[in-house]
Write a protein that binds this ligand. Structure first.
Ligand code: ADP
Length: 671
């Protein structure tokens, strides 16, 4: 049994609060943990995913470069057997490398070789030197030409070609262009081009340049000009049939001149549109190769180099990387500019295109090579760019910092909503439980009040009845009239007691939903008269004026007669109880708008509007001290309302403090 009392109530509220707060707080804690874990899990998932992608890309880079090194192996074999320009051109042409140095199996450099490195200088003669003196110092072109001619007939190939060139030059200076061209042609188109003598190639190249100078811009010789240009261009970056090649410095010079001529002559350009950029690229690569070669005269320079790994080189102002590859037949140093390495690592661009990730390639000195320029925060993955690029790193960053949050947000939303729902449910059930407990406690308090009231209400009539009966039994009364007075009083108390008990029983049945009404067509007049009869004795006492007005031709009502009598008796009883000594009570029965109205009015205490709204509630009493005086337990009107409601009628009160009250009961009339 629950004990009433505020102390008990406080405990119940406290326990209830704990029952709601503890799970709510726990749930919130779990929720925060779950959200945190989800973020971590998503972060880990994303990192693992991108680590996988990065590993695949790096693997691809490694495979590609291993294959490139194998190709170099083949190229090293090829170059040993044939001319070295073939390897150079094939590596540069395919945009594979920006420079190349070739060494033979003994470590001696094969490419690039300058004229100074080649042991075949252009032979000269004293006569040629004399003629040269006449031509350039004394400017005696005729004598010079004659001397050159004389030598051209007697000397070996080198001297002869040199002399012919000198003669041609001197004739041109004398204004004999046709003759000069004729002489020059003998060298420029000489069949000696196909011999294995590189020095002869240099002379032939020079003659071709001279020929181009003679014929340039002269429509008469345009065909010759073009023909000579083709010859010139065909001798650079290539070997002749005998395998001879120009020394790298001469090759570079002729190539540069060829590009110059090509750029200056639009009609040549039309024919050889694509030649210039290609040759320019070869020129740049050759220049670079010559520059690098100065630092690595023999392959011994690479003794402490790890093979097939890119390493930063010192080559002028350019940032350049070299990879040294060794094979059975020789070795190679291929070089790549930093930009070319960056584009060689372009797989990353494709791998992370359209993803939330931005990559960054950082070289061995920590400089950005490609990718994101100004990263925010730390990379979430840093990895080596592959075995061929020691010191190079790939860094991965997330585009926009809240990627993890974004990725986790869906799951977090599910958690949050579930959490919110559960918290709402906990709070709601806590609220309902609190309300139910409150109601239960109130009911218990009412029950206790009820028991106390019942005991009190029953005790008073029983006590007075006992006194009266004892007096009669003892015979201590004056005469027969006093005896019958005592008996009448006893009967009145008995009647009051019966009414009280009736009310309690009705209330009890009402509470247990056990009240049964026996509805029957009844006359309102009969009901009103029966109620009047019940209170007649009481109302006849003292200064009480009671009036009853029943309209004629009243329609019947469908009612439980006894129950309706109880209602009216309760109202009349209250009118009596809550009136002052000079009582004026009236019962009027009339019909109105298809309803039968029973109005009980008095000139009693009346009540406030606020009280009037509550008096039909169980155990409600406006003024407990007053009602004690008038005797009652706050049940009469609640019983009356219950009965009237069961008859589908209504009960209301119109009252003002000190001005009396009027209670109206309306029941639907039967047609
Ligand atoms: P009680 O047994 O206390 O009379 P009721 O339910 O009959 O219980 O009435 C509830 C309260 O309504 C009363 O305690 C009283 O304060 C108020 N009341 C009822 N009838 C009247 C009336 N005619 N005049 C003034 N107050 C009334």
């Amino acid at each position: 049994m629950i004990h009433t009392g505020y102390g008990q109530m406080r405990w119940v509220i406290l326990l209830l609060a704990i029952a709601v707060i503890v799970p709510t707080v726990c749930l919130l804690w779990f929720l925060t943990q779950a959200v945190k874990n989800e973020r971590l899990a998503v972060r880990q998932k994303l990192i693992t995913f991108y680590q996988g992608q990065l590993a695949k890309t790096i693997e691809k880079t490694d495979e590609e470069w291993s294959w490139n090194c194998q190709l170099l192996d083949m190229e090293a074999v090829v170059q040993a057997g044939t001319h070295r320009y073939q390897t150079f051109v094939s590596t540069v042409d395919g945009n594979r490398y920006d420079g190349l140095i070739i060494y033979d199996a003994a470590g001696e450099r094969l490419y690039p070789l300058l004229s100074a490195d080649v042991n075949s200088p252009v032979e000269s003669s004293e006569v040629v030197s004399e003629a040269w003196q006449l031509e350039f110092i004394e400017r005696k072109y005729l004598q010079a030409a004659e001397l050159y001619e004389q030598e051209a007939k007697s000397g070996g190939d080198h001297v002869r070609l040199r002399a012919l060139i000198g003669k041609s030059r001197s004739l041109a200076k004398l204004g004999e262009l046709d003759e000069a061209i004729d002489q020059c042609r003998q060298v420029a188109f000489s069949p000696l081009e196909e011999t294995g003598d590189a020095a002869l190639l240099v002379l032939i190249g020079n003659a071709r340049l001279l020929m181009m100078k003679f014929t340039e811009g002269n429509p008469k010789y345009s065909t010759l000009f073009e023909e000579t240009f083709s010859k010139l261009i065909s001798m650079v970056y290539t070997a002749n049939r005998a395998g001879a090649v120009l020394p790298a410095d001469h090759n570079l010079f002729f190539a540069q001149k060829a590009v110059e001529i090509l750029r200056e002559n639009s009609f040549l350009q039309d024919k050889m549109r694509s030649a210039a950029p290609r040759i320019e690229k070869l020129i740049a690569a050759e220049e670079r190769s010559i520059r690098i070669a100065e630092h690595f005269p023999t392959a011994a320079a690479f003794d402490n180099w790890e093979a097939d790994r890119f390493r930063r080189l010192q080559a002028g102002g350019e940032v350049i990387y070299g990879l040294y590859h060794k094979s059975r037949d020789g070795s190679l140093l291929v070089s790549l500019c930093a930009e070319s390495i960056a584009s060689a690592l372009s797989h990353y661009e494709n791998t992370f295109k359209g993803s939330d990730v931005i990559y960054r390639v950082v070289d061995d000195s920590g400089g950005l090579r490609t990718g994101l320029e100004a990263p925010q925060g730390e990379p979430f993955i840093t990895a080596s760019a592959g075995e061929h690029f020691p010191g190079w790193k790939i860094e991965l960053y997330f585009r926009g910092g809240d990627v993890f949050r974004k990725a986790a947000s869906k799951q977090i939303a599910v958690y949050t909503w579930t959490g919110v729902l559960v918290i709402v449910l906990i709070l709601a059930s806590g609220g309902f439980a609190g309300k139910a407990i409150g109601r239960q406690m109130k009911l218990n308090r009412l029950k206790n009040d009820f028991i106390a009231t019942v005991s009190h209400e029953l005790k008073t009539p029983l006590a007075s009845m006992r006194v009266l009966v004892d007096t009669l039994l003892e015979g201590s009364y004056k005469d027969q009239q006093q005896a019958s007075e005592y008996l009448q009083l006893t009967s009145k108390e008995n009647e009051r007691l019966s009414r009280l008990i009736d009310n309690f029983l009705t209330f009890s049945r009402m509470e247990r939903n056990k009240q049964v009404f026996r509805m029957a067509r009844s006359s309102p007049a009969v009901i009103a008269r029966a109620a009047t009869e019940a209170v007649k004795t009481k109302f006849s006492e003292g200064r009480c004026r009671f009036e009853i007005t029943i309209c004629v031709d009243l329609p019947d009502v469908l009612a439980d007669r006894d129950a309706m009598v109880t209602v009216l008796v309760n109202l009349l009883d209250n009118a009596y109880k809550y009136s002052y000594d000079d009582k004026q009570i009236e019962l009027r029965v009339f019909s109105e708008d298809g309803q039968v109205c029973f109005c009980v009015s008095d000139n009693g205490t009346g009540m406030s509007r606020r009280s009037a709204r509550k008096i039909f509630k169980r155990f409600y009493q406006v003024d407990r001290s007053l009602s004690r005086r008038g005797r009652g337990c706050g049940l009469g009107l609640s019983i009356a309302k219950f009965i009237v409601d069961a008859h589908k009628g209504s009960i209301s009160v119109d009252s003002k403090p000190g001005e009396g009250s009027t209670f109206t009961v309306k029941l639907p009339a039967v047609d």
